[in-house]
Design a protein around this ligand. Structure first.
Ligand code: HEM
Ligand SMILES: *[C@@H]1O[C@H](CO)[C@@H](O)[C@H](O)[C@H]1NC(C)=O
Ligand SMILES: *[C@@H]1O[C@H](CO)[C@@H](O)[C@H](O)[C@H]1NC(C)=O
Length: 201
C-alpha cells in the first residue's frame, strides 16, 4: 500500500515541470508574450472587419480633368467637398481616401493640392515656397528614381485624375471618355450566362 501509483500527482508535477521550464528563461517568456500579442492582434483585427470603427465617408464622384498649379491648390482638403489632390511628376491623383495623410492637419498636408514630386524625392514634407511649374530637372538620378517609385505607389493606390499643366499648356478634353457608369445599365439588359447547372452532354 505504501507504493501507491503516483498517477494522481504525476500530471500536476509534469505540468509544473513544463511551467517551470518555460519560465526559467526570459527568452521563453518574451516569446510567449509575443505570441499572446500576435494572437490578440489577430483576434482584434478579425473583429474589426465586422464592425468598422469609422463610418465610411461618402465617396466623391470621380473627376477627370487637367489642372494648372493654381487650380490644383484649391484641392488641399479645406474646401467644402474635402477632395484632396496631389500631383507627382505631372500626374494628378485623387488622394481623398488618404485624407488622413494629405488633408488638413495630416502629416503630409504640405503635399495636398500641390506638386509633391520634389518633396517626395528629397524626403521633405516642408512645402517648398517654389512657385510655378517645377520641372525637376535639377534632381539627381537617385532622386529621380525616388520620384518614379513614389509615382508607382500613387498610381497603385489612388485614382488618376489628369495632368498637371505646365504654364501655357491647354487642358485636354476628357468629356468623350470615362462613361463606365453607363455600361452598367447596358450590361443589366444582357442575359447573364447561368453556369450554375452542369451541362448535360
Ligand atoms: C520619421 C519620419 C517618418 C515616419 C515615422 C513615417 C511614417 C509613415 C507611416 C507609418 C506611413 C504609413 C501610414 C499608413 O499606411 O497607415 C507613412 C506613409 C507615407 N509617408 Fe511617411 N513617415 C516619415 C517620413 C516621411 C517623409 C519625410 C515623407 C516625405 C517624402 C513621407 C511620405 C510618406 C508618404 C507619401 C506616405 C504614403 C501615404 C499614402 O499611403 O498615401 N514620410 N509614413
Ligand atoms: C516624369 O514624366 C516624364 C513624362 O511625362 C518622364 O519622361 C520622366 O521620366 C518622369 N520622371 C520621373 C522622375 O519619373
Ligand atoms: C448602351 O446601349 C445603347 C443602345 O442600346 C447604345 O447606344 C449605347 O452606346 C450603349 N452604351 C454603352 C456604354 O455601351
Amino acid at each position: 500500500m505504501a507504493d501507491s501509483p503516483d498517477s494522481p500527482d504525476s500530471s500536476p508535477s509534469f505540468l509544473s515541470g513544463i511551467i517551470n521550464e518555460i519560465f526559467s528563461s526570459y527568452l521563453n517568456i518574451a516569446l510567449i508574450g509575443l505570441i499572446a500579442f500576435l494572437l490578440y492582434k489577430i483576434v482584434r483585427s478579425s473583429n474589426d472587419t465586422s464592425t468598422p470603427s469609422a463610418p465610411p465617408e461618402p465617396e466623391l464622384p470621380k473627376i477627370r480633368r487637367d489642372f494648372t498649379i493654381k487650380e490644383l491648390k484649391e484641392f488641399d482638403g479645406n474646401q467644402p467637398d474635402g477632395r484632396v489632390l496631389v500631383a507627382v511628376n505631372g500626374s494628378v491623383y485623387d488622394v481623398t481616401k488618404g485624407k488622413r495623410f494629405y488633408g488638413p492637419g495630416g502629416p503630409y498636408a504640405a503635399f495636398g493640392g500641390r506638386d509633391a514630386s520634389r518633396g517626395l524625392a528629397t524626403f521633405s514634407v516642408v512645402s517648398s515656397d517654389k512657385e510655378g511649374y517645377d520641372d525637376l530637372s535639377d534632381l539627381n538620378s537617385m532622386e529621380m528614381d525616388s520620384v518614379r517609385e513614389w509615382e508607382l505607389q500613387f498610381k497603385e493606390k489612388y485614382e488618376y485624375v489628369g495632368r498637371l499643366l505646365k504654364p501655357g499648356e491647354e487642358p485636354a478634353s476628357y468629356s468623350d471618355e470615362e462613361d463606365d457608369n453607363q455600361q452598367d445599365s447596358n450590361a443589366s439588359n444582357k442575359p447573364i450566362n447561368a453556369d450554375d447547372k452542369p451541362k448535360a452532354e
